[in-house]
Design a protein around this ligand. Structure first.
Ligand code: SF4
Length: 258
């Protein structure tokens, strides 16, 4: 595709720094991020994909905008991925919804009692997450699933503000893949969490406890990304994913009662 293709930016377009900081609730933040057009390459790509579509979805209207976080505003567990998939969240408008990665993730969330259903196919399917919010360091679908460092940095105020707003209840973050891990650590450090030096390395099963000046404690758990590259090859099995989510659930105080 021609990455220079561009449609007019959305009406009321916002920039990340001031708009994210100005959001006083997650609902405000979620609305504001959908109007962001700060990254010309990603705006062009997300909208081009939404026009050209994949053949299987040609009768559908693609979202074609930044994708907000999904889940309750008082979540104690957050999942941080990479970025929306071109024909998944960029089509449906909800994180990990409408693609194979999402099938694996929501199945596991349902299995451990964190989601109301095992499938996540569209933003209006009624699915709910329990105490859990899914988000990403980059909110627009990037070509080849590879945002540039500049795009990651430009987008970081949205994630930083989301974590700030979740902070009163947030206890655990499951990071899906090394990209999210690398993107998240500076955001957490800037928000006042004490990130060890040297920076902890990503790995499946990595566990890092972060304190903050207020005496709070946040547990980071590393987990291989639910990409087809990992799940089709068996690098990440359903059992491995459920094990991480179960530890996250229990540490976040979301385990079964009794
Ligand atoms: S990637 Fe983030 S900063 Fe860039 S246009 Fe999308 S929402 Fe805005």
């Amino acid at each position: 595709m021609d990455e220079t293709h561009s449609r007019p930016v959305v009406p009321g377009a916002v920039e990340p720094v001031g708009s994210a900081a100005g959001a006083t609730t997650l609902a405000e933040l979620d609305e504001a991020v959908t109007r962001c057009s700060a990254c010309p390459r990603l705006v062009s790509w997300r909208e081009r994909v939404a026009v050209e579509k994949r053949a299987a979805f040609r009768e559908q209207s693609y979202w074609g905008r930044p994708v907000p976080g999904f889940g309750p505003a008082d979540a104690s567990l957050a999942l941080v991925g990479l970025a929306p998939a071109a024909h998944g969240a960029n089509r449906t408008g909800r994180m990990f919804t409408g693609d194979r990665s999402g099938e694996v993730l929501y199945r596991a969330l349902f299995d451990v009692g964190l989601a109301s259903a095992p499938n996540s196919e569209s933003a209006d399917d009624g699915l709910r997450l329990y105490g859990t919010r899914i988000t990403a360091p980059v909110r627009c679908a990037p070509p080849a699933n590879k945002p540039t460092p500049a795009e990651r940095d430009t987008c970081s105020p949205w994630l930083a503000r989301e974590l700030e707003l979740l902070r009163p209840t947030l206890r655990v973050v499951v990071v899906l893949g090394g990209y999210g891990w690398q993107a998240l650590l500076p955001v957490l450090a800037a928000a006042g969490w004490e990130v060890p030096r040297p920076k902890p390395r990503f790995g499946h099963g990595a566990r890092v406890g972060l304190g903050d000046a207020g005496g709070g404690e946040l547990l980071l758990l590393g987990c291989y990304h639910v990409s087809q590259q990992n799940t089709f090859t068996g690098r990440l099995t359903p059992e491995m994913l459920r094990a991480v989510l179960t530890e996250a659930r229990d540490t976040a105080g979301l385990g079964p009662v009794g």
